[in-house]
Ligand binder design. Structure first.
Ligand code: HEC
Length: 255
């Protein structure tokens, strides 16, 4: 009996702690829009990835780097070769030294990794009131809640600071950011971008799209991995059936 009570208490404790993990460091439970790639058959929605790219390229990339994504990788989100060239050449990067040993700047190429908006971390922090905008390549993996955290964070800004909180000059209150005081100003607003696919750019839509794009950046192989997983499962099912038929054949006359 005592054992039973003990295990009941342990189980209750485990359930309580997993419940707590769903709340963000900012104290508010994360919003979960339900993304297309969740579940066994879930896949990225390419149109959504492209919309997310449009937000990243137009807005976030003014402060944040994406150093693990090469411009040519953007073919996977639906950009044409010409569009990729145009996006790459919009920024300059230091070339390799020429014959005289001089280093010149040259426009980006499709094979370059996404060029950081700032020449170095000090310049980035200086431009942002001392806070470094982190590289977003792996952000969807780096925070508890992943894409749900990004989705929530982008919509978590509250203009009126709740009672009992004091936010230092140059910081903003965000319901989901650990400690609530974030150095990034609110980013999303209605019609922030004009989506090329004609989708209406509401704040929720933008938040979902940028979260999807950043999840793709951190896990670009998800679609392939899931397709392979499905093929393996089908193969195993067929193979099991074959083996079973074979076994029955072999043991038919043996009793
Ligand atoms: C004006 C510059 C600026 C722009 C534009 C900007 N950010 Fe940020 N961002 C920052 C800074 C600065 C921080 C660091 C905040 C801190 O540590 O307090 C940050 C932090 C973040 C974080 C990390 C939060 C964490 O948990 O550490 C995420 C995620 C993020 N930004 C997403 C975005 C997205 C998505 C966009 C585009 C919609 C964007 N940012 C646009 C400046 C910017």
């Amino acid at each position: 009996m005592r054992k039973l009570i003990l295990s009941a208490i342990t189980a209750a404790g485990l359930m309580a702690s997993s419940g707590a993990a769903l709340a963000s460091g900012g104290g508010e439970p994360l919003m979960k829009p339900g993304f297309s790639w969740e579940g066994f058959f879930g896949r990225y929605d390419q149109a959504q990835l492209k919309r997310g790219f449009e937000i990243f390229n137009g807005v976030c990339s003014n402060c944040h780097g994406l150093r693990l994504v090469a411009y040519r990788n953007l073919a996977a989100v639906g950009l044409t070769e010409d569009e990729i060239k145009a996006v790459a050449s919009a920024r300059e990067i230091a070339d390799t030294p020429n014959d005289e040993g001089e280093i010149r700047m040259r426009p980006g190429r499709p094979s370059d990794k996404y060029i950081n908006p700032f020449p170095n971390d000090k310049a980035a922090a200086y431009a942002n009131g001392g806070a470094l905008p982190p590289d977003l390549s792996l952000m969807a993996k780096a925070r508890v809640g992943g894409p749900n955290y990004i989705y929530s964070l982008m919509q978590g800004f509250v203009e009126e600071v709740p009672e009992g909180h004091s936010i230092p000059e140059g910081k903003y209150f965000n319901k989901y950011f650990p400690g609530n005081a974030i150095s990034m100003p609110p980013q999303l607003m209605e019609d922030l971008v004009t989506y090329t696919d004609g989708t209406k750019a509401t704040v929720e839509q933008e938040a979902a799209d940028i979260s999807a794009f950043l999840n793709w950046a951190a896990e670009p192989e998800l679609n392939d991995r899931k397709s392979l997983g499905l093929k393996v499962m089908i193969f195993l099912a067929v193979f099991t059936a074959l083996l079973y038929a074979l076994k029955r054949q072999i043991w038919k006359n043996i009793h």
